[in-house]
Design a protein around this ligand. Structure first.
Ligand SMILES: NC(=O)c1ccc[n+]([C@@H]2O[C@H](COP(=O)([O-])OP(=O)(O)OC[C@H]3O[C@@H](n4cnc5c(N)ncnc54)[C@H](OP(=O)(O)O)[C@@H]3O)[C@@H](O)[C@H]2O)c1
Length: 281
């Protein structure tokens, strides 16, 4: 597990629910570093994003102690235990804690690496994280060249934790991020059949493929999964048609014994899912 954060010279990270300074190069660094990641954040950090929307093309896990709350495109966890319960099958290297202060503090002992953007200014912050230079288990391993934006010098420093607490990751579902990657348009064959169930399922699969976790998953649903036995969270989400892989769509006609039927070929992308709605209604 890793964390990524931008700090000022007092290890301040935010003020009035927002960042201290938004450096375009740092935003790029964040996007690139977390490109294929599962993101862990607190509810306040989700609310700080434009329109409170999750970050695109990545799995967003949100900690929130609010009953019944659901946020489109995210999985809400009501506690750290719930969160650990659903990520235990994932690859620990894919998981990034992205804020804010309350959340970083809880997960710091479990992280083996911290990507810190050090900004040389005082942002008069109201939210802080611990100073890693004062924690004996953390040490700075690499530092980039020093750059400057609007008069503020900054650099990217990578820290390592010599004693990360174990979470017990199995890595069984090592490739969860693939469901959330940006999707190219997909050409699908829609079998010519009156079978309504087939069409309904095709529609559900295409929605899940292009818009994973479209409605969001609440902490109550996570609890139901954790109470319900031993399948992985990936299998649970796939079973509920909340995420889908290309292979699920390819296998559908076979499952309905329609592989030899005539098919209409349609190109679908994230922004024209209504094509599918029209063809399958
Ligand atoms: N500089 C950076 O790189 C960076 C990155 C991200 C965010 N930030 C800044 O950080 C600030 C937000 O930080 P924050 O400390 O206020 O909030 P936060 O960590 O984003 O979110 C805190 C919220 O998450 C919930 N939560 C956290 N852990 C939980 C758990 N174990 N179980 C249940 N719910 C949990 C809390 O619920 P309860 O209080 O109800 O328990 C609380 O509502 C903003 O200013 C933001 O801009 C900066």
């Amino acid at each position: 597990m890793k964390l990524i954060v931008a700090v000022d010279e007092n290890w301040g990270i935010g003020k009035n629910g927002d960042l201290l300074l938004s450096i375009p190069d740092d935003m790029r660094y964040f996007r690139e570093t977390t490109r294929r990641a599962v993101l862990v954040m607190g509810y306040n950090t989700l609310l700080s994003f434009p329109n409170s929307k999750p970050l695109p093309n990545r799995m967003n896990l949100v900690l929130a102690d609010i009953e019944g709350v659901k946020a489109p495109g995210t999985v809400v966890c009501g506690s750290m235990e719930q969160l650990f319960g659903i990520i235990k099958d994932m690859n620990t290297d894919d998981i990034f804690v992205i804020g804010g202060g309350y959340t970083y503090r809880q997960f710091l002992p479990y992280c083996d690496t911290a990507y810190i953007t050090k900004m040389r200014f005082c942002g008069d912050a109201d939210t802080f994280i611990p100073n890693l230079d004062e924690l004996s288990e953390w040490s700075a391993a690499e530092e980039s060249e020093v750059k400057e934006y609007e008069g503020v010098k900054y650099s990217f420093v990578t820290y390592h934790n010599s004693e990360p607490k174990a979470v017990g990751f199995s890595g069984v579902n090592a490739d969860m991020p693939r469901y959330f990657e940006k999707k190219e348009p997909l050409t699908v064959g829609i079998a010519e059949t009156d079978d309504k169930e087939y069409r309904k399922e095709l529609k559900a699969l295409l929605h899940a493929y292009f818009r994973p976790l479209e409605q969001g998953v609440s902490a109550d649903e996570v609890a139901a999964f954790l109470d319900g036995g031993d399948s992985s969270f990936e299998d649970y989400l796939r079973g509920k048609r909340l995420i889908a892989g290309r292979e699920d769509i390819d296998a559908l006609a076979d499952r309905y014994d329609l592989a030899d039927k005539k098919a209409v070929s349609v190109t679908v992308d994230k922004n024209n899912l209504s094509v599918i709605d029209e063809l399958t209604d």
